[in-house]
Ligand binder design. Structure first.
Ligand SMILES: Nc1ncnc2c1ncn2[C@@H]1O[C@H](COP(=O)(O)OP(=O)(O)OP(=O)(O)O)[C@@H](O)[C@H]1O
Ligand SMILES: [Mg+2]
Length: 507
C-alpha cells in the first residue's frame, strides 16, 4: 500500500544505473522530489537528464536501481504503470501528431465516446477549453499541429499532460523553443501547477530561469549527481551551477574577437513584401558581418528569414546575392545560391534521425561535392570529425544514429552540418536554444571564425547576451517591418527592448 507518511518524498530514485550499448548514461543516481515542489535538474548536453526522466515515465528500463513512488518500490516502470501512478512527462522531442489538431492530440488513444461508440468531438473540445481557461493557456484548439508555431505546440504538449490527474509533472526543456514572454507564461503555469500540490521536475539550460523557479536544484555531470542545492531563497549563484556542470569555471558572457566587416554588400534585400499589404523591408549584409535581428513574438522576424531561405514565398521585392538577383522559391534554391538556414525548429526540419552523425553532417556538403563512387569513409570523416568534436558532440562514434544522441547533441549536429557546408550567408534562427553553456561559447567561437573567413551571418535571437556580444549591427523588427537599425554603443538591452515594443522611437 502506498505510504501516507507526509515526510516521504513523492518520488525517490535510488542508485539508478542505465547502460546503452557502449554508453553508461547513468552511473548510480539518487534523486527525489516532494509534493508541490519544483525540483530543477541541470547538466551539460548528454549528462543524463532525459534518460533519468525516461526511466520515471517508463520509456526506459533501468539496468539497476529502485524507484519509490509514494513509498512503494519498483525496479522498473512502464508507460502505462507510470501514468496510473500519476506521472506525466512532456518530452523534449516533439511527439505530437502533425496532421491532427490540438484536441485530437490531447485525446489520441483516449478519445471520449458517446453511446454507440461515436467519438464525442464536442465533449473533447469542451474539456480542452476548460483546461485552457483553468491554466490560462491561449491556443487555437482546432488548429492542426503542423500549422502551429513551435511555442504553441509546446503548450499543446503541456495541456495534454495536464488533462490527467497527475501527481508528478516532468517538463524536459519546456521553454527551449520559446521567447522571453512565452517562457514567462510557462514559468507562471509551472508555479500554478506546483501550488496545487503537484510535484514538478523541471529541466532547462536557462539557468536564470532555473534559479527563478526552483525550490531545489540538482546538478548532474556524466550520469552522476554532483550536488543538490536548496534554492528556497532563489539565490543559488549561476557561477556555482556552471562550475558544477562543467567541472571548471565558465565565463557566461562571451567576448568575441572584433574586426571591421568588409564594405561589400553580400546580401541585399530590397523592398521585400511578405504579403500584398505587408510593409516593404530593405536591409543589407556585408562580408564578414554578423547582423543580429530582434523582435517580439509575432513581430515577423522568423517570417523575414524564412522568405530569405526559401521556406516561404514572398509577394514582392528582390533579394540580391553579390549583386545578382536571386530566384528563391524553395529551400533548395537558397542552398544552391549559398544561403544556409538553421531553423528554429531543428528537430522537425534539420535531421535525418535514423542516419548516423557522419551522414547527417554531410547532408548539405554532399550536395555540392561530386559524389564518390565509393563511400570514402576516411575523407568524409576528416571533414566531419573536427567540427563535431569542436562543438563537443557527445557520441560514442560518428556512426552512431542521431536518434540515440541527447537532444542538445542533436542540435549540435544540425549546427555542425551547416558549418561544414560551403554557404556564404548563414541564417541562424535562435541558434543556441537547448545547448549548454560550454557548447554555446564553442558555437560563438565558430560563428566568429566564419565571419573572419569572410562569411556573412544573420542571427535571429531573443537572448540578449548573445545578441549584444555577437552582433555588429542589430535590426529591430516590429509589425512585420525592420523598424530600426542599431550599431556600436546603441546596441544595449534597454534600447533593443524599448524599440521592439515601440515604447521609444528611433532618432
Ligand atoms: N537510446 C539511446 N541509445 C544510446 N545512447 C543513448 C540513448 N539515449 C541516450 N543515450 C546516451 O545517453 C547519454 C545521456 O543522454 P540524455 O539524453 O539523458 O542527455 P541529457 O542530459 O538529456 O542532454 P541534453 O541536454 O542534450 O538533452 C548521452 O551520451 C546519450 O547519447
Ligand atoms: Mg535531454
Amino acid at each position: 500500500m502506498p505510504s501516507t507518511n507526509p515526510n516521504e518524498p513523492l518520488i525517490r530514485m535510488e542508485n539508478i544505473v542505465k547502460e546503452f550499448p557502449g554508453v553508461r548514461a547513468l552511473g548510480g543516481m539518487t534523486f527525489d522530489v516532494n509534493r508541490g515542489e519544483i525540483h530543477c535538474l541541470v547538466g551539460e548536453n548528454g549528462a543524463g537528464k532525459s534518460t533519468l526522466m525516461k526511466i520515471l515515465s517508463g520509456a526506459y528500463t533501468p539496468t539497476s536501481g529502485t524507484i519509490h513512488v509514494e513509498g512503494q518500490a519498483y525496479h522498473t516502470l512502464d508507460p502505462e504503470i507510470s501514468q496510473q501512478l500519476g506521472i506525466e512527462i512532456v518530452y523534449q522531442e516533439n511527439d505530437l501528431v502533425p496532421n491532427m489538431n490540438a484536441v485530437e492530440n490531447v485525446f489520441v488513444g483516449k478519445e471520449l465516446a458517446k453511446p454507440l461508440g461515436i467519438i464525442d468531438k464536442k465533449g473533447m473540445l469542451r474539456r480542452v477549453r476548460e483546461s485552457m481557461r483553468e491554466f490560462d493557456i491561449s491556443i487555437d484548439p482546432q488548429q492542426k499541429i503542423e500549422d502551429m508555431s513551435v511555442s504553441d505546440q509546446q503548450f499543446v504538449k503541456i495541456l495534454k499532460a495536464l488533462m490527467n490527474q497527475s501527481k508528478l509533472l516532468i517538463l524536459d526543456e519546456p521553454t527551449s523553443m520559446f521567447n522571453v514572454e512565452d517562457a514567462g507564461r510557462v514559468l507562471n503555469l509551472v508555479r500554478t501547477i506546483s501550488a496545487r500540490g503537484i510535484g514538478i521536475i523541471y529541466i532547462s539550460h536557462f539557468l536564470e530561469e532555473v534559479v527563478q523557479i526552483a525550490d531545489r536544484i540538482t546538478v548532474i555531470r556524466d550520469g552522476e549527481v554532483v550536488r543538490t542545492y536548496d534554492n528556497s531563497k532563489r539565490d543559488v549563484p549561476l557561477s556555482a551551477l556552471t562550475l558544477d556542470m562543467v567541472g571548471r569555471p565558465v565565463d557566461t558572457f562571451y567576448q568575441r574577437e572584433r574586426f571591421a566587416p568588409g564594405e561589400e554588400k553580400v546580401l541585399e534585400v530590397r523592398k521585400l513584401k511578405l504579403e500584398k499589404h505587408s510593409p516593404p523591408i530593405s536591409f543589407s549584409l556585408k562580408r564578414g558581418e554578423i547582423l543580429g535581428m530582434f523582435g517580439m513574438v509575432g513581430s515577423g522576424r522568423t517570417e523575414i528569414v524564412r522568405a530569405l531561405s526559401g521556406a516561404d514565398r514572398f509577394y514582392a521585392g528582390e533579394i540580391l546575392l553579390n549583386g545578382k538577383k536571386l530566384h528563391i522559391s524553395s529551400p533548395r534554391d537558397a542552398i544552391d545560391a549559398g544561403i544556409a538556414h538553421i531553423t528554429e525548429d531543428r528537430q522537425r526540419l534539420g535531421l535525418n534521425l535514423g542516419s548516423s552523425v557522419l551522414e547527417n553532417g554531410l547532408m548539405v556538403k554532399l550536395q555540392y561535392m561530386k559524389p564518390s563512387p565509393l563511400y570514402d569513409f576516411k575523407t568524409y570523416a576528416k571533414l566531419v570529425s573536427p567540427v563535431m568534436e569542436g562543438l563537443n558532440v557527445k557520441t560514442p562514434s560518428l556512426m552512431q544514429e542521431v536518434v540515440n544522441l541527447s537532444g542538445g547533441n542533436q542540435q549540435k549536429v544540425v549546427l555542425g552540418k551547416w558549418l561544414i557546408s560551403d554557404a556564404q550567408v548563414f541564417v541562424f534562427d535562435e541558434p543556441t536554444r537547448g545547448i549548454d553553456v560550454n557548447a554555446k561559447a564553442e558555437f560563438y567561437r565558430h560563428m566568429t571564425e566564419l565571419a573572419k573567413a569572410g562569411k556573412s551571418i544573420i542571427m535571429v535571437s531573443s537572448e540578449m547576451p548573445e545578441l549584444i556580444s555577437m552582433s555588429d549591427r542589430v535590426l529591430v523588427v516590429r509589425e512585420g517591418a525592420v523598424y530600426c537599425e542599431l550599431s556600436g554603443g546603441q546596441i544595449n538591452e534597454q534600447n533593443i527592448i524599448k524599440l521592439a515594443l515601440g515604447v521609444i522611437s528611433h532618432e
